[in-house]
Design a binder for this molecule. Sequence first.
Ligand SMILES: [Fe+2]
Length: 293
Amino acid sequence: MTVNMFRLAYVDFLSKDPTNMVEYYTDTMGYRITEEQDGITYLSNGYDHHNIVITPSDKQAIRSYGYQLDGKLSLEEVQEKFIASGIDSRIHEDAKPGVARFIELNDPAGNTIELFTEIDQPAVGFSGVGISPLKLGHVAFLANNYEETITFYKDVLGFTFTDKIGESFANFLTCNTDHHVLNIIAADETRLHHIAFQVKDASHQYAASDLLAKHGRPIIWGPSRHTAGSNIATYHRDPDENVVELYTDMDVYVPELNIFEPRPWHTEMPYKPKVWDNLSVWGTEYQFDLAKI
Ligand SMILES: [Fe+2]
């Protein structure tokens, strides 16, 4: 039996501007605060104890990424697998509100990841204000040793490789049926590239853009349909300048067939994992000034 996780459950931000980050996640994104402890704020997308954590800090960074395991192996059994692979890990008890036990380890890029089988689910519901995305869907991060990092997520954590953009630029991996849960970008440093939330459909995306405009958060790219993943995406920045993607229409991976479920906008059939050479199906570049045509 292999280590098997099935979702990205939370992202814990180190924030230089926690007051405005919490305000952004409550008023703009529509998340609900479930707990505040030691200055750290836990926010929920409706069901889990937290999907976003804002931890005050003197730097802007990611404190940890939290993934939920399928529970077929105990944390001790998972740790035995890591030991067999020569990977250092620590089991924590009562170290984080909402997650009674988790394994902490570092990926080869230096990210801290927390793996757990259970998270409290207070089911606080949706707030009815703000964007209220359906879920936290994926993260993209720059990795200074991306090949080793990709191998780690595939071989140690059981992720499946889907698409690439360029031979090495962006590498998409999944641990469920979403086209990607992770996007690992080759770089000479490790940091977050963007965090992404799924919205309901195009009308939800448009309404979200209006809401972002009201909150003074301009769209910096999009909407356009990506090649890898087919997701229609917009990007904006949070108060800490992290890039946030709102997307819909992401490809659904069928692992048994190694294809994506057919969609009318696909350019070939079957639609299989492949290497892409550009970002946008629509040819959107956003490099020119529309006012000057
Ligand atoms: Fe993305």
